[in-house]
Design a protein around this ligand. Structure first.
Ligand SMILES: Nc1ncnc2c1ncn2[C@@H]1O[C@H](COP(=O)(O)OP(=O)(O)OP(=O)(O)O)[C@@H](O)[C@H]1O
Ligand SMILES: [Mg+2]
Length: 646
C-alpha cells in the first residue's frame, strides 16, 4: 500500500514537474534563470531535443518533449538535491585577525591592499560562491588571500582544500604566490605540499584515477618521456596537435576497425567518395586520403578527425557509443561520419585497454559514474582533498568536468562533511568552446551546484592591470557578444601620455614586413624598460596561430622581457605592451558540432553562435593582457580589429 502511494506521489510529482517546471524548481529552491533548461537533469536533456537551435535562445523546457537520442552521463539522472548547506562558521575575531595581518603584509610590501570588493571574496561565508570579474580585476591575486584566510584563520585543514587553476603554468604562478604569502603568515609551504594544494583539473582528477582506476598512462601524454610521472596539464590544451605515438595508435584502431567491420568499410568509402569495397575479397589497406568535414578548416585523415570530434562529444558529457545518429539533425554525410566515428571509437577504446592506456575523458566519465552509483568507502575517503574547492578560470570548464565536480561534492555532502566551492572566473574570457567548454555553465552555476540557498555572487569591478583606454577598447569588442553576463569595469590606473589603447596596424603582411615588426618589438621593449615600475614581461606577442609566432621566434631568438605565445596560453598573464597578430578568420558553420551541442541538452546557444561570441572573447583576452599599450597587426581589419577601427 505504502509503495503504491509512494509511486503515485512520484508520478504526480513527475507530471507536475513536466507541466510546471519553473514552479516545481521554485518550490525546490532551484529555480533556473528565465527560459533555461536545468542542467544535470535527464528530463531536460530529453527535452533539449537534438534540433538546430535558433540564434535567439529559446527555453528548452518550453520545447516539445522528445526523447533525447543520446544516453546522458550518469549525473544527468534525477534532479540534483541541494549540495550546499549553511554558511561556513567564521568568527568576528578570525576576520579581525586576518585584517590586521593583511595590513602588516601591505606595510611590508608583500601584497597590495585589497579593495572592499576583494575583501568580500576573501571573507565570503557562503558555501557556494561565484566571483564574476573582468580581466585584471585581481581574481587570482585575491584567491591567494582567500586560501590564506581559509588555512590560517578559519583553520580548514590543508588536506581538505584544493585550488584548481587552468594550466600548469598558471598553477605554478599560484604556487609561487601562495608560498610567498603563506611564509609571511608563518605557515611555510614546501614544494610537495604546494603541488598537492594547487592543481589543474586534470591533475586533480588524475590523483583519483591513479588509485581508483589504476590509471597511470594517459593517451594525451603518450609522448611524455617520464612515463606516468609528469603532472597532467589541462587536457584541453593537450592533443591540439597529435604526436607520432598518438597518431600511430589511432591509425591502428582505424586499421583494425576497417579490417573487421564491413559497415565501417562501406561508410569510409562513401565518405571518401570511393567505389564500394569489394566484399568478395579480404579487405585491403584502409584508405587514408584527407577528408573535409564541414566546419573544419583543414582536410584531415579520418582517424584524427574521428578522435577530435569524438573527444569533443565526450567533453560535452555525451557517450559516443550511445549517440543516436538517426535522430541528430544533420546531413546524411555528417550522419555517416558520425556512425563511422562510433564504430572507430569502439576499436580505439579496445586498443587503449589492451595497452593499458586511458584518456582523460574516459577517466572523468568512469569516475563520475562510480561516484553516482555505489562508490566504495575507499573512493569516498579519497575525496577528502576536494571538500573545499577554489577554482580559478571557471568560465572554461566543460560539462564533463562540471558533472564530475558535481558528483564529487554531492558525495561529500552525503557524507555530511559540508563541502564548499568558490568558482572564480570571467565569462568574457571563456575561450575553450572549441574544446567543449562553455561560459553558460558559469552563468547558470546554481543549476549545476544547487544549495539550500542560492550561491553568493560577487563582482570585482576594478581593472588593476590596464590603462583606461585599453579597458574601454576591450569592452568595445564585447559589445557584440550575444551571450554574456553584464558587468562594468573601471580602470584603476590613470591614463598617461605615453600609453595608448589598441592601435590597429592594417595591411600588415608578416611574410613581407617581419623586419619592421621586429623593430617595433625592440622599440616597445625599450619603452617598457624605461617605465617607472617595469613589468616582469615587457612585450607579449600573441597570435591565435602558431605559425606567425614561429616566424618571429626564428628571427628574434630569446629576448629578455619578450614573450611570444598563443592567445590561449597568454590567459591570466600580463605585459607592459601587448602585440596581437590576428587576421580575424571568418566563421564557418559546423553542422555536426551544432547537432552534438543540441544533443547534449546543456546549452541555449548553438555551437556556431557560441563560436562567433568566442572569437570576440579571444580578442578581448588578447587586448586585456596589455598594461599601457596594445598594438594589433592585421592584414585586413575583420572581427575585433574592425570593431576597434570603427
Ligand atoms: N587591490 C589591488 N591593488 C592594486 N593592484 C592590484 C590589486 N589587486 C590586483 N592587483 C594587480 O592587478 C593585476 C591583475 O591581477 P590578477 O592577475 O590577480 O587579475 P585577474 O583578475 O586574475 O586577471 P585575469 O582576468 O587576466 O586572470 C596584477 O598586477 C595585480 O598585482
Ligand atoms: Mg587570473
Amino acid at each position: 500500500m505504502t509503495s503504491i502511494l509512494a509511486r503515485y506521489r512520484q508520478q504526480l510529482r513527475n507530471t507536475l514537474g513536466d507541466w510546471f517546471p519553473r514552479t516545481t524548481l521554485f518550490l525546490k529552491g532551484e529555480l533556473p534563470t528565465k527560459g533555461e533548461p536545468r542542467p544535470g537533469s535527464q528530463k531536460n536533456a530529453g527535452r533539449a531535443k537534438a534540433r538546430k537551435r535558433q540564434s535567439e535562445p529559446k527555453a528548452a523546457t518550453q520545447g516539445t518533449a522528445v526523447e533525447i537520442p543520446v544516453a546522458q552521463p550518469p549525473s544527468a539522472t534525477p534532479s540534483p538535491a541541494s549540495i550546499y548547506g549553511p554558511a561556513l562558521t567564521v568568527k568576528r575575531s578570525q576576520e579581525q585577525r586576518m585584517k590586521r595581518r593583511v595590513e602588516q603584509a601591505v606595510a611590508q610590501g608583500i601584497i597590495q591592499p585589497p579593495s572592499p570588493e576583494q575583501w568580500k571574496m576573501i571573507l565570503a561565508r557562503a558555501p557556494a560562491t561565484r566571483i564574476f570579474a573582468g580581466a585584471g580585476s585581481g581574481k587570482t591575486t585575491t584567491l591567494v588571500l582567500r586560501v590564506v584566510f581559509m588555512l590560517c584563520h578559519i583553520e580548514i585543514p590543508r588536506e581538505q582544500l584544493t585550488v584548481i587553476s587552468f594550466t600548469k603554468a598558471s598553477c605554478e604562478e599560484l604556487r609561487v604566490q601562495l608560498k610567498r604569502v603563506l611564509a609571511f603568515w608563518g605557515v611555510p609551504l614546501d614544494d610537495d605540499s604546494a603541488r598537492e594544494l594547487v592543481r589543474t583539473f586534470h591533475s586533480a582528477m588524475a590523483q583519483l584515477a591513479r588509485t581508483e582506476l589504476r590509471a597511470t598512462q594517459w593517451f594525451e601524454q603518450l609522448s611524455v618521456q617520464s612515463k606516468g610521472e609528469e603532472e597532467p596539464d589541462n587536457g584541453m590544451l593537450a592533443g591540439a596537435t597529435l604526436n607520432e605515438g598518438q597518431r600511430q595508435l589511432l591509425l591502428q584502431a582505424y586499421e583494425n576497425c576497417y579490417r573487421e567491420e564491413a559497415g565501417f568499410r562501406r561508410r569510409v568509402h562513401l565518405l571518401l567518395e570511393l567505389a564500394a569495397p569489394n566484399e568478395e575479397e579480404p579487405p585491403g589497406t584502409p584508405p587514408l586520403q584527407p577528408f573535409v568535414l564541414n566546419g573544419e578548416r583543414q582536410p584531415q585523415a579520418l582517424p584524427e578527425l574521428f578522435y577530435g570530434q569524438a573527444s569533443f562529444a565526450e567533453t560535452l558529457g555525451l557517450r559516443v557509443g550511445s549517440i543516436k545518429s538517426s535522430q541528430l539533425e544533420c546531413s546524411t554525410r555528417d550522419r555517416i561520419f558520425l556512425e563511422a566515428m562510433q564504430q572507430f571509437w569502439r576499436y580505439f577504446g579496445k586498443l587503449l585497454k589492451e595497452q593499458r592506456l586511458i584518456t582523460f575523458n574516459t577517466a572523468f566519465a568512469v569516475l563520475t559514474d562510480r561516484l553516482d552509483k555505489k562508490p566504495s568507502r575507499a573512493l569516498i575517503a579519497r575525496l577528502q582533498p576536494f571538500t573545499h574547492l577554489l577554482i580559478d578560470e571557471f568560465q572554461d570548464i566543460s560539462p564533463q568536468i562540471v558533472l564530475w565536480l558535481q558528483q564529487v561534492q554531492r558525495r561529500l555532502a552525503e557524507e555530511k562533511v559540508a563541502p564548499s566551492l568558490m568558482a572564480i572566473g570571467d565569462d568574457w574570457q571563456s575561450i575553450y568552446g572549441w574544446r567543449g567548454s562553455s561560459p553558460e555553465l558559469f552563468i547558470h552555476f546554481d543549476r549545476w551546484f544547487p544549495g539550500q540557498t542560492p550561491s553568493q555572487t560577487l563582482m570585482l569591478g576594478t581593472n588593476y592591470r590596464s590603462s583606461p583606454d585599453i579597458v574601454a577598447d576591450g569592452e568595445r569588442i564585447l559589445t557584440q557578444v550575444r551571450h554574456k553576463q553584464p558587468k562594468k569595469t573601471q580602470a584603476f590606473r590613470v591614463a598617461d601620455d605615453e600609453g595608448h589603447g589598441v592601435k590597429v596596424v592594417p595591411q600588415f603582411d608578416i611574410a613581407r614586413q617581419l623586419a619592421s615588426l621586429l623593430g617595433e618589438i625592440e622599440a616597445q621593449r625599450t619603452y617598457a624598460a624605461a617605465r617607472e615600475r617595469p613589468e616582469r614581461c615587457a612585450v607579449m606577442v600573441m597570435s591565435r596561430l602558431n605559425a606567425p609566432l614561429k616566424a618571429i621566434n626564428e628571427q628574434l631568438g630569446r629576448q629578455p622581457g619578450v614573450r611570444t605565445c598563443t592567445i590561449h596560453r597568454a590567459k591570466g598573464l600580463q605585459a607592459e605592451v601587448a602585440i596581437v597578430l590576428d587576421d580575424g578568420q571568418p566563421q564557418q558553420p559546423h553542422p555536426l558540432r551544432n547537432a552534438l551541442y543540441a544533443a547534449s541538452g546543456h546549452f541555449q546557444q548553438s555551437y556556431d553562435d557560441a563560436m562567433a561570441d568566442e572569437a570576440l572573447r579571444l580578442s578581448y583576452v588578447a587586448v586585456t593582457r596589455g598594461v599601457s599599450r596594445v598594438l594589433w597587426y592585421t592584414r585586413q581589419p575583420r572581427g575585433a580589429a574592425a570593431i576597434l577601427m570603427s
